[in-house]
Ligand binder design. Sequence first.
Ligand SMILES: *Cc1c(COP(=O)(O)O)cnc(C)c1O
Length: 495
Amino acid sequence: MNADELFLGSDRSGARYREAMGCAVEAVLAAFDDGGDPYSGTPPDALAARFDDPVVPEDGQGLVQTVDEVTERVLEHSVHPSNPRCAAHLHCPPMIPGLVAETLLTAANQSLDSFDQAPAATVLEERVVDALCDLFGFPADADGVFTSGGTQSNFQALLLARDRYCDRHYGRNVRAAGLPSAADSLRILCSEQAHFTGKQSAHHLGLGDEAVVTVPTDDDRRMDPDALDATLAELETRDEEPFALIATAGTTDFGSIDPLAALADRGVKHDLWVHVDAAYGGALAVSDDYGHRLDGIERADSVAVDFHKLFYQPISCGAFLLRDGGDFERMARNAAYLNPEAHDDVGVPNLVAKSVQTTRRFDALKPYVAFRALGRRGLATLVDRTLELADEAASLLEAAEDFELLCDPTLNAVVFRYRPRNGMDDDAVSELNAAVRRELLRDGRAVVARTDVDGVTSLKFTLLNPTATCDDVARMLDAIRSCGSAVADDPGVAV
Ligand SMILES: *Cc1c(COP(=O)(O)O)cnc(C)c1O
């Protein structure tokens, strides 16, 4: 291919682009046809065998053939997140407006690290951030930035929380001087159901996993405020210094939402930075029926929200919101080639100073297009539907004698165990559910997650697909039963 066919900007390349994009669309539609299974069931060694020719050949084979090859080798052996029986993780079916926005933003290739690489995109991101701050009830001087997702948003929250605490309590500028010698006693609180990225961030921030203290949860797997009080009292007797409290709005396994208002009270009383990890549950903010479950989020110091989960946008897309936008100053830096200080003085927007990334995608376009195209109500309908489906799935599990429902769903995650015989002990149930899950991956009729609940291997549906029905759930239960029989009949699998 000649250079003038490879890059946009000439007559020839325009025609090539149109043709190639058409080819890509056909490939997607062919690989993800309706009515098939969510996964081909191909095991890892068979997948590896499909890639036996050189990744970097001496001469290229052209685009059309390469797209065909990718369709056959990759797309046809990808899990199909839009299939209604793909229900394992917080892995959403991407909505068509999001796919369109993704095409536009990749073609425009704006980079949000400086205004001159992304003029309108910079302003649009700021507008979307303002709208999100409003959606969560933040005050006028709130601010935020788009991130790669919850991992990065949680990291950024704890970074700013740590630096604010060290500034206020030790007069220490961590950015310049590093951690104070008292850093050993710094603590982060979260529930025992909180996401692992709290610990991961503590590690990355030089505090270590052990700086994270987990607080017990109640029967609905929400942080118990009394247990939090007890934990805070205990830390005080040990002269340990909690500086941040992570409240989770939508835990990964059960979708439980910590009591946000009660935790905000503790935040005020104990001078804690309250960060709400709403990567999963943040989407409830658009819902008339369920939005109240986030009451208290408006009092947080910061919020993480993901758009590549319950907002149905293609990966990756998240936002970090900050109640007091001034706190971004704690991480700001100026680079002569991107955002010289002189620009700040004349009001040139400067997003690089708010991000842990430099070159950064224009992901804000995706929620913008979705919000504009569907409106809040349109999005709410999708979210509401999946919460209803989770209730229907829970009823189905409760009515089935060979399944055990572990918790009434709060969002759309449903955790359960396959227990075909009464009186099976927990060890046998663990082995059976783990074996069923392995067999399901080979089978491909349903993509279901496994998790551990109170030491017993369990199964999980995360019902993100608004087009899925109770029938689809019933078919997944049947697939589990049939894989259960297959593993019971296979002497190689200890059950
Ligand atoms: C998904 C998730 C994360 C991690 O976010 P990524 O977008 O995968 O980086 C963190 N916390 C919660 C509660 C999540 O659901």
